[in-house]
Design a protein around this ligand. Structure first.
Ligand SMILES: [Fe+2]
Length: 130
């Protein structure tokens, strides 16, 4: 029996355009707000066309010592140049970058998952301390 986790890909984001890049402080103050920025295509731009685009990014947090992740943000990108006149003829595109503001009681691991409509699921993680 297959598990979805077997098909979630990862790689070095500097050489693979699908890997989400998590930018945030490595050390935060417990209980104070901080920004988590997640970008797909930071080093190598990912296409953003009607036919090939990043459809969504989800951000989860695993508190240190916990066995359960918490979803802290989910973002869908809905404009990829589609138009009544045809693919890529539309006047607006949404880019695959998001920012979540969060505060945590303690450190843990941030997970970012991104879905390309052609190349599937990709993930990355970053550990923070508080
Ligand atoms: Fe792709």
């Amino acid at each position: 029996m297959n598990k979805l986790s077997e098909f979630v890909k990862t790689a070095d984001w500097k050489s693979e355009k699908h890997v989400p890049v998590i930018d945030c402080p490595e050390m935060v103050r417990a209980g104070e707000w901080f920004a988590i920025n997640v970008t797909v295509g930071k080093e190598i731009p990912h296409p953003n066309t009607t036919e090939h685009h990043i459809a969504w990014i989800a951000v989860h947090f695993l508190p240190a010592g916990s066995k359960t992740t918490v979803e802290i943000g989910r973002f869908e990108f809905s404009a990829h140049g589609q138009s009544p006149t045809g693919p890529n003829q539309g006047s607006i595109h949404t880019d695959s970058t998001v920012t979540v503001h969060a505060k945590a009681a303690a450190g843990g691991t941030i997970f970012a998952t991104a879905y390309c409509n052609i190349h599937g699921l990709w993930e990355a993680d970053k550990t923070i301390s508080a």
